[in-house]
Design a protein around this ligand. Structure first.
Ligand code: PMP
Length: 292
């Protein structure tokens, strides 16, 4: 089935949704993006994702070409035009068309497009059994270079990590920062459970300020866990009671093995499963209605 794509103020069939070869998003990875989901006819954490998009834009001095409310409408309309209730939504804003030099001042109009479709990162069986991670050789980008808090189109750091992980048969790569502390995985934040605490690295360790991460922290508070944002070493991960990843696309993924070390009893942990369940309830209930 052909999708309807929002592209620069127009809704077009996917075959017509074409970007110039001179677009700096393509030539230089110069742009920002967001990935959202809708559940049950409602877009989950729409404002939060848009706020992060505007912050990413600000960080790379790229003005998002629509005002907040206009963009919100465009996102909702894109999902509507594709008749979707449960979907994965991608918003991309690039620097736009320029010449072959990298100077962004030559790009007069940002390109913006929105795709509403589906995504499944892992088969259902892996959510049941849990996944394995391997620590990858590629380190997280420095905060002082391309700050990982920016959701930019420059995802090579993550892609290299993904290649390194899958090359050796692991499902996901655990990425350390330049100090050897855990930052996150290739497209997900990481959490561990230790005693009654839910622990995740701080954003300063090279993690994206995940929207799902925040939802999980709130769930943790509600179910009486102590929340800690602190630097974690691989030792902390290996010796944790439970470990899981969070992300919009991945949702909540239990981790049962890291660098060959079995986590807990090698099965998705009780608290992980509880958080997953709570997450499913929240995503079904909350969100901005698409059809009304
Ligand atoms: N880290 C990275 C590098 C990501 O790309 C993402 C989003 N796919 C996440 C973490 C998770 O963030 P969110 O929960 O907002 O999707």
């Amino acid at each position: 089935m052909g999708l309807i794509i929002y592209l620069n103020d127009k809704f077009v069939p996917e075959e017509e949704a074409k970007i110039s070869v001179f677009d700096h998003g393509l030539l230089y990875g110069d742009g920002v993006f967001e990935g959202l989901r809708s559940y049950n006819g409602k877009i989950f954490k729409l404002d939060e994702h848009l706020i992060r998009l505007y912050k990413s834009g600000k960080a790379i001095a790229l003005e998002i070409p629509l005002k907040f409310e206009e963009l919100k409408k465009a996102v909702i309309e894109t999902v509507k035009r594709n008749n979707l209730k449960d979907s994965y939504i991608r918003i991309v804003v690039t620097r736009g068309i320029g010449d072959l030099g990298l100077d962004p001042r030559k790009c007069k109009h940002p390109t913006i497009f929105i795709i509403a479709s589906h995504i499944q990162l892992y088969p259902d069986s892996l959510y049941e059994k849990g996944i394995d991670l391997i620590t990858v050789p590629t380190r997280r980008n420095l905060n002082e270079a391309v700050n990982p808090a920016i959701k930019s189109l420059n995802y090579l750091n993550n892609i290299l990590a993904k290649i390194e992980a899958t090359n050796v048969g692991a499902t996901e790569g655990l990425i350390l920062n330049q100090y050897g502390y855990v930052s996150e995985c290739t497209g997900e934040n990481i959490f561990i459970v230790k005693n009654n605490s839910l622990i995740t690295p701080p954003i300063s360790a090279g993690a994206l300020e995940g929207i799902t991460r925040k939802v999980v922290i709130d769930i943790g508070v509600n179910i009486g866990l102590q929340i800690k944002e602190e630097n974690l070493t691989r030792y902390d991960i290996y010796t944790s009671d439970e470990c899981f990843l969070t992300g919009t696309a991945a949702e909540i993924v239990p981790v049962v093995k890291v660098d060959g070390r079995i986590i807990g009893d090698g099965k998705p942990g009780k608290i992980t499963l509880k958080i997953r369940k709570e997450f499913q309830i929240i995503t079904e209930l909350e969100g901005v209605p698409i059809y009304e």
